[in-house]
Design a binder for this molecule. Sequence first.
Ligand code: SF4
Ligand code: SF4
Length: 708
Amino acid sequence: MLEGIQSGAQLASWLAQGQALFLSLHVLGVACFAYIVAKRLVPLIRAERDLRFDRPCARLGKVLKFWLGQWKHPRYKTAGTLHILIFAGFVLLAMRAFTVLIVGVSPNFVMPGLSGEAGHFYEVATDYAATVVFLCMVFAIVRRAVFKPARYEVPAKFGKAHKADAIFLLSLIAILMVADSLFEAAKAAAQAQPGHVAFAAALSLPWLLKVWLVSVSLPTLGRLCFAGYLGHEIAFYFLLCYRPFGIQFHVETSLFNVYFSKLDRGKLKPVKWGVSDEHLDQVKSFGVKTFEDFTWKHMLDFYSCADCGRCADNCPANAVGRPLSPRFITIKARDYAFQHYPLFGRSNNSQPLIGSIYSDDEIWSCTTCGACEEECPLLVEYIDKIVDLRRGMVDDGSVPQSLQKPLKALESRGNPYGKMEKKKADWANAKDFQQICRVKTLDKKNGADTLYFVDSITSFDDRMQSIGRATAKILNHLGEKFGILGAAEKDSGHDVRRFGEETLFLALRDHNTDAIKACGVTRIVTADPHAFNALKHDYKDVPPVEHISQVIARGVKSGKIKFRPVENGNDVYTYHDPCYLGRHNRIFDEPRNVLDAIPGLKRVEMTRSRDRSFCCGGGGLMLFYEPKEEQRIGVKRVQMAAEAGANVMVTACPFCMVNIEDAIKVAGLEGKMTAIDLAELVDQQIARDGTVAAKEAAEIPQECVTGR
Ligand code: SF4
Ligand code: SF4
């Protein structure tokens, strides 16, 4: 039917002959896609509420940065560059793809704004875009099939690999690019005759095909043009309808996933959106027990994951062989959704997730360090889901044996060690320390500007009490009018909450909030990043809180804190970012600035530092839980410090200190490596003599007398 072609000018008539076929394909393709997406939306409609329609400007900002700007992709250089090129190519080609589709039913169609010079530039740009996308696909296929990056492998314990699916989809996109280029090249070859301009950007894929086709007869070009068009349309709609079956669904969902992503770092989702803490007693079931207990946004996360493995690659639990990989928290849930919400037939839902797709060990293995969320280019969330799954297990009374005792102690005594409340301030009241620094216990009558919130581990652990004393001495040195709550302070509840015990957390929070309000302070300081995170994000109506590293950094900047040179100039220091100070609260620079202000201190960075810091093994109740693992997370961390050439690890968290000091012993690095808290180091290095000291002495409040 195409033999009648006599010149390039008759291109439109070639296509017109296929109009009925193309129109049918359009209708069929769009209808199939709409049906599949409608089916995929069913679980989201049945899911729990999630309030994500606030702050549209902030959300649009996230879309511009993380979706359009591909902000996180360069963190992995090869894969990131590849993805940015493919994404940019897709964005450029989107309009061309729609134009080509419309041309099938309206052969003379030109996209508004793309006639004349603008259209010519656009064609040149899209010729190159199609070429780049094609080459990227070939590269990605070879990379996946031949070089097999470890990140994409699937350990047997987590199920089956989706490699074949990934390669099939990459090949389909490559075919789409070839079909598109063939269509353009055949058109250009037919037009490449006197009086016509042949649009094919030099050295692009359409250009190469055009050079090859230029001597081909017009009737054959007609058939090739037709075949290219048909191939493009079939590949386009097949891809569109196939993507919602696997990892490529993120092409459709990622924009929405980024728009609705979490805006408040460090915060946990409430037990139920729209139910206030006061009405929690009316909630029949806490947390996630079945798939339908996830929120619609968390289900959207499952659909949006590209299975790139970056989250798992950075997960400390996964690195030491714990039964947890964040990537498979998602992949298993997505497979479950596809299986239980089929395209045809009835959905089969409401089965318990623990014991079917997840194991309890897997869910308890998470340290809530946030490395997975930090890395995910599509802003998939994990901590809220894992905490929700824990809330479900706690609600069912399924708590690991080793956690039951500390949880009971927290309930009865307000600390996980079961120590008497009256002993809470013993570290500060010890006679020898009182002679150096008197620390006030605050109450209604004894007020101060600043509350030093100590928290359980620093109050009761003999080793960590040294951090408490150092903190008090630093506050003293700075002339702060401060005090502690003593027996009135209970555990901040930070990790109780992250272990899913919401009711206990609320009791601890309410008790502390009343105690803080009663003593009338205007600010809070703590040396414990977990308490810092809780007071900042989990508590309401309490004064602003700072971590001691921020206070010290300000003291150094203002000149109130001056340092003596380090005694051993051969020591090499490295700073370990605690997860709840760094990644969750972005305090990266202050501790480093303080270290760099100490004369003679040599500092190196570990490869994994700042927002890529590697968790020490987890704090809070994680200290009471021993998951199955091949190696301790802390051991891996101290080995990283040794590899960086450091022999002193500085941290700014009592939990990191427990894990690191323990790991130094386990790793056999005793005598070669030591650990010190930033507050301890600062207290040790502060210059307390001469005119500086005299000036400070005059400024120090009467109730906090430092005996220097
Ligand atoms: S929060 Fe940390 S431990 Fe938990 S899954 Fe993510 S990376 Fe792994
Ligand atoms: S959750 Fe994010 S980082 Fe993890 S595999 Fe999926 S897309 Fe990649």
